[in-house]
Design a protein around this ligand. Sequence first.
Ligand code: FPP
Length: 226
Amino acid sequence: MEHLAIIMDGNGRWAKARHKPRLSGHRAGAEALDRVMHYCRDAGIKYLTVYAFSTENWKRSKAEVSGLMKLLSSFIKSKEKELVANGVRFRVVGRKADLSPKLQKEIAGLEERTKGGGFTLAVALSYGGRAEIIDAANEWRRANPKDDLTEESFRAFLYAPDIPDPDLIVRTSGEVRTSNFLLWESAYSEYYFTDVLWPDFDRAEFDKALASYGKRERRMGGRLKK
Ligand code: FPP
């Protein structure tokens, strides 16, 4: 598997079960992400995309939104050395212009300074699959006012056209929906759903997801030859 994508769901319920504030669930979620990056590298996966903040998440309470933004900002500031040392290339996919100018600057700096990494961590921030398609369509039209749209020419205007489509998309916490994540890119992705809450996602859960993927027969719309 080349590209794993994860909908990191259940931080709030994890915190509630411990009578802690929601933000402590998100902090535990950030630690889970740290662990999972290591599992991915051990498994030879080259790209990890995680859904950290959707276009809909702006509707959450002011305190939760600003807490999540602070968490992201401190992740960026505190992880740089570790990411560079481990050859991790940091990317953000989403409507970056929605983020504060300060956070945009921090993101651009970390993206630039980790450019050489061979393992990509793509964080979906202010991301929506429909928003991505609309943004790409508008950009495409500006660039190609006279042409007919094709899949290939369209793909070049997605947020990260160089990242291959995800092979497997994992969603934690028992919710069985895709919630506007990687709409275009997931056309032929496999899905794996688990009841485990994201902060509890450990190596055993990771191995289960990979084992399940390993058993699937991927036809990509074609027919397998006997
Ligand atoms: C969903 O749980 C999770 C989120 C909306 C945020 C995910 C963010 C992190 C794991 C933060 C770390 C990310 C980085 C890149 C540092 P929920 O709040 O919807 O949980 P609930 O459904 O149980 O309420």
